[in-house]
Structure formats: C-alpha cells, structure tokens
Ligand binder design. Structure first.
Ligand code: ADP
Length: 596
C-alpha cells in the first residue's frame, strides 16, 4: 500500500472528502458488522499500543535528567527507568501484535464477504447487464476495487486512528510539560506544513501528467508488438520507432519540468525543516540557560515533535488513500444496488410440458434501441414437436432463443409456454426445463465428469456415466487413461469438436428438459463423429419439444415445421416437403445454394 499511497491520484480517482462521500465508505463499512467484536478488540489494542508508544519520549527524557544528576522526578536511578522502558516495550509489542492480527482477521473476512456479495450480484444480473459491462471492467470491480478497500480496512483506517492519536496526545503532552517551547513551535510549524501541502499538490499533478504520457508511450509499444506482423509487412519499423521516440521525448520534457519543481520543493523542505529545528533548538537552549527547562524535557520535546511530524506526513497519504477508497466503494455499491434478474421465490412452478407460443413478438436489444431485431414473430410448437429455424446469420434466430430463455424481456407481444406467459414462471424453475446444446461448446477447466455433471449438480456417478453412454461419449472417454477424471480445457486434454458436442449432449441428457434447443455446429465434423453425434441427438430429442437452429439443411428434413427467418421476420413456414414444392421459395433457394 505504501507505494500506491505515494502515487498521485488520477482525475477519475479524485473524490472530495465530505460527508456524502464518506457515508459511501460507511455503506461498505457495514460489511464489517459480523466481525464487530474482533474489530473493537483491534481498536482497543490500537489505542493502547499508540498510547504506550507515546510514553517513550517522556521516559527517555527522564533517563537524560537522571543521568545529568537532576533529581526530584519519579525516578532515582537509570536502571529503574530502563526497566520501565523495557516493560512498556514488551506491552506495546503485545498490543501491536493483537492489533495487526485482529485487523487482518476482520479485513480478510470482510473482503471475502464483499467479493462474494459482488460476485453474487453480478451473476444474478440479466443478460442486458453483460451487454453493457465488459468482462474486464467487472473483473476489476471485484479485484482492484475490492483490493483498494481491503487496504483501507486493514491498514489505512488503523493508521488514521493511530496518527490522529499521536498528533493529539503528542501535542497535549508537550504542551503540558513544555508550554513555552510548544507554543513557539506551533506558531511556525503549521505555516510550513501548509506551504508544503500546496507545493506538494502541484508537484503531484505534474507527476500524474508524466505517468499519463508514459502510459501513452507504453500503449504504442504494446500495440506495435501485438501486431508486429503488420508492422513488418508494411516495413513500418522506422515509423514506429519515430512515433515511440516522439512520445518518449514528451515524457522527458514534462518530467524535467516536474523535476525542477521537485528539486525546489526538496530544497525548500530541507531549508524549512532544518531552519525550524534550528529555531526551536535556539529557543530551547535559551530556556535551559534560563533554568526554565531541563535537558531531559528538551530531549522529550524533540522526540515528541518527531512523532508528531511523522503523523502529519502520514495523514496526507491516508487522505489520498481514503479518496481512492471512496471511488472504489462508489463503484462497488453501484453494483450491489442493482436489481437481480428475478426474485428466486416468485412465480409459477407448475411442471412444463413444452408447448411454445410466440404471439406477435417484436424485440429490440436494450443496447441498440434503433435496430428492430424481431418483428411480429408468430409461431406455435406443440409439446414434443421438432421445429427448425433457418436463415442467414444475423437474421434473428439466436434472438428468438434468447427470448425463449428469458435472457431479455420482450419489447411487445407475448411468449407463452403451456399457455402461461413465460415471464410468470419462477425463473430458475423455468430455465431448468430448457436444455441447450450450443454451437460452440464451452467446457470449464475441470474433469470430464464435472463438465457433464454441470447439467445437473449433485448427479450421481451412475447418472453421469449413463448420460455419457447415451450421448455416445463413452467411446472416447474410455480411451483416456483417466477416464471420467481426465482434465479438459487449458491445462488438460483438448477435446475435438465432435467430442465436445457429445459432452454437451450428455449434459442436456442429465438435465432432462422438456424443451431442447440445438444450435447446430457450423464447423463440420468428420463422418464418424457426425454419425455418433447425430445418433446421440436423435435419442436426446425423443419426447422433447425441440428447436433446431439449422445451418446445414440436410439435417432438418424430418422436422415437423421449418421457419425461415429474414431480417427478424418469419417469411416462410412449412414442412420440408411443403417448402421444396415452392420453386421461388427462399428455403428452396437456400437448399439449392447449399447443394452447389
Ligand atoms: P442469428 O442467430 O440469426 O445469426 P442473431 O439473433 O444473433 O442472428 O442477431 C440478430 C441481430 O441482433 C443482429 O443484427 C445482431 O447484430 C443483433 N444482436 C445480437 N445479439 C445482440 C446483443 N446482445 N446486443 C445487441 N444486438 C445484438
């Protein structure tokens, strides 16, 4: 954290430290409540460790006074004080341990809870949410933003309390023991601090600019390296080098301007700090000479002011970190306040047989309100029937499926399943009755068993094996030495297209849905796999309402109806036999094209 603290805030990270903004931080802070007992214990340890630490300068001063022969204090020997110091040291280490450990306990648990809530919220969002939020952006909410808050809860908060305590107790103590010298210091010191703050802010702004320019230059390197083949093919190496050199020279110009101010700043600080010390030393020496102060008191005073100076410097960093945390909590709260896709307990839970009825359904995607994707779609599928959607890519086939899956609300019209509006069903219940074998089968990086089991969590091994058998997947699974335990994906075996298809079919068999959606793979399989997949699919379709998004017309000759979609409308419907009889029909044309 220390390193990040010192960096300048970017513009988008800046937040005013006012009550409205701080209350946002409190909104996140309430996640600490389950651990409030430990948190309070940590706070107590923090107060005690800071307080014990602050007694050091006092006793050190006493040490000096006793050494220089001054008597009349609480102590008569150096050893006595040394023992007290050792005991305090020991106690303060115990408090420090308790503080660091309990704060870590609280912050780790709170942050894990927070991550879980954010993830839960994200995953419960409707599809439209994922159209408008990029994955990287969501990932950074859950990693970077939550991480910033973790720093705040584990370190910043404790530091803030510690520094404020040090500052107030420290000033209180020196004021009590050495009021004259303290007043002298307080007259000069705040002025210096103020000057340093204003100056420092300006320098940070400059260094922020340097960072931005450097980032720009870095993007150039990244882009050119990523598309190095393009750079080389166009022999633009020199062009790229020149571009990069220009960006770098910008960085240098701005950095040097910053360096000038920084040098000035450092010279000023050294001058002011040393000057201040000299002045205080001069005044302190006078007071000693006049017998108004002891050596030990001066020594304590100097140590206390060092502590105080340290906390003032620290508080600046803490404010930066708080501002950054407010930004992070805003972004996290925004996600936490979104409505879930649908309440988990509402809606009809009647068994679904699989009658589907699209009535005058029109649709636009929320992200593209000006494009009418579906217009007046009407079709009916009786339970157990098979239908196919045919049409060019972009015609709206997947959108029809998205609506059936309730990924988006209809813009107008009605979509009925078994006579009920599909939005009236309980959402998880509803989706449990729809199975899908997608075009591109996505496997998770686990074992084959886990991937098939995704169709029904808690399925037994026997059920998974039976599903694999029905999906014609045993043939390849058994050929792997580790069988069902074979890891797939990035760090395991790469399955071929046909094999993936059969894993997806096995998933769907396990799910046992009333309604089945088959999105035909566009890339063709070898004849052997094709046969195995086709066979498994036919078994899967038996007794289920099936909607096939067909790319190869040869596979849909046997379906009950075919709907030809163009620009979001159904322009032809009928069985394969009906449609081939229309010489000018679109389907007929498509068929001819494919035969060629
Ligand atoms: P098909 O499945 O027939 O290839 P789609 O239903 O995927 O067609 O697409 C129909 C139209 O909707 C296309 O113009 C496509 O660009 C648009 N579209 C698809 N998905 C989205 C989305 N998530 N957001 C906005 N527009 C989309």
């Amino acid at each position: 954290m220390a390193k990040r603290n010192k960096e300048a805030l970017k513009d988008e990270e800046k937040r005013k430290l006012n009550w409205v903004n701080l209350s946002k931080l409190l909104g996140i802070f309430k996640h600490i409540l389950p651990y409030k007992g430990k948190f309070v214990l940590g706070l107590i340890a923090l107060v005690l460790s800071s307080a014990t630490l602050l007694s050091f300068p006092y006793f050190s001063g006493q040490l000096l006074d006793v050494a220089s022969g001054k008597t009349g204090g609480y102590f008569s020997s150096i050893n006595q004080i040394a023992i007290v110091l050792a005991v305090i040291l020991f106690i303060q280490s115990i408090f420090s341990f308790i503080r660091v450990y309990t704060f870590a306990l609280v912050s780790e648990n709170t942050i894990a809870d927070l991550r879980k809530s954010v993830y839960q919220k994200m995953i419960a969002q409707p599809m439209g949410f994922f159209d408008t939020h990029r994955t990287g952006e969501l990932l950074s909410r859950i990693t970077a933003d939550v991480g910033t808050l973790q720093d705040t809860f584990s370190i910043t908060l404790a530091e803030l309390i510690r520094q404020v305590l040090t500052l107030t107790i420290g000033i209180g103590v020196i004021f009590y023991f050495t009021p004259k010298l303290t007043s002298f210091m307080l007259l000069t010191f705040p002025v210096l601090v103020l000057l340093a703050l204003v100056f420092g802010k300006y320098i940070r702004k400059l260094s922020g600019k340097t960072q931005d320019h450097l980032a720009e230059a870095n993007v150039m390197v990244e882009e050119s390296l990523q598309s190095i083949s393009v750079v080389k093919a166009f022999t633009n190496e020199n062009f790229e080098i020149a571009r990069y050199a220009k960006a770098l020279s910008n960085v240098v110009t701005i950095s040097i301007r910053g360096a000038r101010y920084r040098a000035l700043f450092i010279a000023f600080i050294i001058f002011a700090v040393i000057g201040g010390m000299v002045a205080v030393g001069w005044y302190g020496a006078l007071l000693i000479q006049q017998g108004k102060m002891t050596h030990g008191e001066l020594f304590s005073f100097i140590l206390y002011t060092a502590f105080i100076g340290g906390s003032i410097a620290g508080i600046g960093d803490i404010f930066t970190q708080l501002q950054r945390s407010i930004g992070a909590s805003e972004r996290i709260l925004e996600i936490l306040h979104y409505e879930d896709e649908a309440p988990a307990n509402e809606g009809i839970k009647a068994p679904i047989k699989g009658n589907i009825d699209f009535q005058n359904v029109s649709f636009v995607y929320p992200t593209r309100p000006d494009v009418q994707v579906l217009q007046n779609i009407n079709f009916h599928v009786k339970a157990g029937e098979k239908v196919a959607l045919v049409g060019k890519s972009g015609s709206g086939k997947s959108t029809i499926i998205n609506l059936l899956l309730r990924f988006y609300p209809l813009s107008s019209g009605e979509l009925k399943v078994d006579g009920e509006n599909n939005e009236d069903y309980n959402l998880p219940h509803y989706r449990k009755h729809i199975g899908i074998v997608p075009q591109e089968v996505i496997l998770f990086g686990g074992t084959i068993k886990e991937n098939i089991g995704y169709g029904r969590p808690h399925a037994t091994d026997e059920e998974i094996h039976e599903a694999a058998r029905q999906a014609n997947a045993m043939e390849f699974i058994e050929r792997f030495p580790e069988g069902f335990e074979t890891k797939v994906g990035d760090r395991g075996v790469k399955l071929s297209g046909g094999q993936r298809q059969r894993v997806a079919i096995a998933r769907a068999i396990l799910k046992n849905p009333a309604i089945l959606i088959l999105d035909e793979a566009t890339s063709s399989l070898d004849a052997h796999s094709e046969l195995l997949v086709q066979e498994a699919l036919e078994l899967l379709m038996k007794g289920r309402t099936t909607i096939i998004i067909a790319h190869r017309l040869s596979t849909i000759k046997m379906v009950d109806s075919i709907f030809v979609i163009q620009d979001g409308r159904i322009i032809e419907k009928g069985s394969h036999h009906d449609l081939v009889l229309r010489p000018q029909g679109i389907y007929n044309n498509l068929l001819k094209l494919q035969l060629q």
